[in-house]
Write a protein that binds this ligand. Structure first.
Ligand SMILES: [Cu+2]
Length: 466
């Protein structure tokens, strides 16, 4: 602490921060002080239990400068509080619904028991206004996850209900100054009030992108950097439909993780794409003269052959406040086993778009959710999900409860191996995903994570039998 204090005195006197050695806790540099997330308080003193309270309710937050916007928020903050646990913990969330509509909380990516997944198939899982529910599960995997409603999702995620859940790996060394970045957007009118998109054919087909892009609930926040000192960015895309293609001019990233923790071996990426629901774990070594800034940008993306490109957006402004250095990286390989999909049942999942009586109707294999029969699998079985975008649109495909590995044209997992639960399915293309169902039977959902598409019927159920 003494060292940290002398650093801040230096900042005051010189406007710079240059401390060393950086690898020790005492000289930790915090790049994220201008975009800090509210953190949920762990109410259980037991070292292996994380117990938090979470309340969904109307709230008023400042998004546009000086203007209060009425939103829906978890525990009063947008995004919802960062829930921090470590692998092996028991996580307990005492949830309360302070809204006027029923809801659930879905723990996107977490391998939870089926009745904790927050989908409202069964009446009791729907949390009525004024009621509560205790979600309780084990943190099996270390990664960044996120939580959001799985009922009225389009409306309530659009109004601000989403938050990050970080499960840390207690055995992992420090790899860089860590920042959790929640990317999202929100639709605001000129008075700063939530804007209601029309529910017309074009909006539903395209998906509603918000006109205000947010990083940790803020417009274009500042992120501090020491030139030459490594940062670790743990990022989630919580937007309803917006894709983010990240670019830091003059820099590349080292990708070390994806949806479910670290990937098999690190890869250098220049402009990584994040579809709604996906997570990325990136290392970046920013370089710049103290006193200068650098913009992290979202490059234009078209989510379909017929859709216009999104505009170029500045996500955050990186501000160089000094120089630093980082120790060499340790070996970052992770021993993952490729799924052997030889002889596995191929299950075809066509993501289809059509029209009935002038209304856009989306579905799985031509049948909208609610009218379709579920798919089937058994615990222990390996299947190949052949997911096909049968239109000129991109779809981020999400499977609840389980992890998959993408297969190449020869039917073997793409290297380096990545454990995924959400993946881009480009227009008019096919993605093969190998999945082995571990022992958590139940009715699991899969759907497009463009929430307009999910709402219009692009969802299905998979029954995993014991
Ligand atoms: Cu879609």
């Amino acid at each position: 602490m003494a060292m940290a204090r002398s650093c801040s005195i230096l900042v005051g006197m010189l406007g710079v921060l240059a401390c060393g050695p950086e690898s020790s806790d005492e000289t930790r540099f915090d790049p994220g002080k201008h975009l800090r997330l509210v953190e949920a308080v762990d109410l259980d003193p037991h070292p292996n239990v994380t117990s938090v309270k979470l309340r969904a309710a109307p709230a008023s937050v400042e998004i546009l400068p000086g203007i209060e916007t009425d939103v829906l928020a978890y525990s009063g903050s947008l995004p919802g509080p960062l829930i921090r646990a470590k692998r092996g913990d028991r996580i307990r969330i005492e949830f309360e619904n302070g809204m006027s509509l029923p809801t659930t909380v879905h723990w996107h990516g977490m391998r939870v028991p089926n009745d904790m997944d927050g989908v409202p198939h069964h009446g009791p899982l729907l949390v009525q206004p004024g009621a509560g529910f205790v979600y309780e599960f084990d943190a099996l995997d270390a990664s960044l996850f996120w939580y959001h409603p799985h009922h009225y999702s389009l409306e309530t995620i659009g109004a601000g209900l989403y938050g990050p859940l970080l499960v840390e790996d207690p055995d992992e060394p420090e790899l860089g100054d860590e920042v959790v970045l929640v990317l999202s957007d929100i639709s605001l009118d000129q008075n700063g009030a939530l804007y209601r998109h029309p529910n017309d054919r074009e909006t539903v087909a395209a998906g509603r992108d918000g006109n205000v892009v947010l990083v940790n609930g803020r417009m274009k926040p500042r992120l501090e950097a020491l030139s030459g000192r490594r940062q670790r960015w743990r990022i989630v895309n919580s937007a309803r439909s917006r894709y983010f293609r990240l670019s830091l001019p003059g820099h590349t990233f080292i990708q070390i993780g994806s949806d479910h923790g670290r990937i098999e071996s690190p890869i250098e990426v220049a402009e990584p794409l994040m579809v709604p629901g996906e997570r990325l774990d990136l290392l970046v070594e920013p370089r710049g003269e103290p006193g200068t800034t650098l913009e992290l940008r979202a490059l234009p993306v078209a989510r379909g052959n017929s859709l216009p490109q999104s505009e170029l957006i500045t996500l955050l402004e990186m501000e160089f406040v000094g120089v630093g250095s980082s120790p060499p990286l340790p070996d970052l390989t992770r021993p993952l086993a490729p799924i052997d999909a030889t002889g596995a049942t191929v299950v075809e999942i066509g993501l289809t778009m059509g029209e009935r009586d002038g209304v856009v109707e989306m579905g799985i294999n031509g049948i909208p959710y609610g009218q379709s029969e579920p798919l089937h699998a058994r615990v222990g079985e390996t299947q190949v999900l052949r997911v096909m975008s049968e239109s000129g649109f991109s779809h981020p495909f999400h499977l609840h409860g389980f992890v998959f590995q993408e297969l190449d044209a020869n039917g073997v997992p793409v290297r380096p191996l990545k454990l995924k639960d959400t993946i881009e399915v480009p227009p008019l293309s096919v993605v093969d995903l190998a999945v082995t169902y571990d022992n958590r039977p139940g009715i699991w959902m899969f759907h497009c994570h463009i929430l307009d598409h999910a709402e219009a019927g692009m969802m299905g159920e998979l029954v995993v039998s014991p």
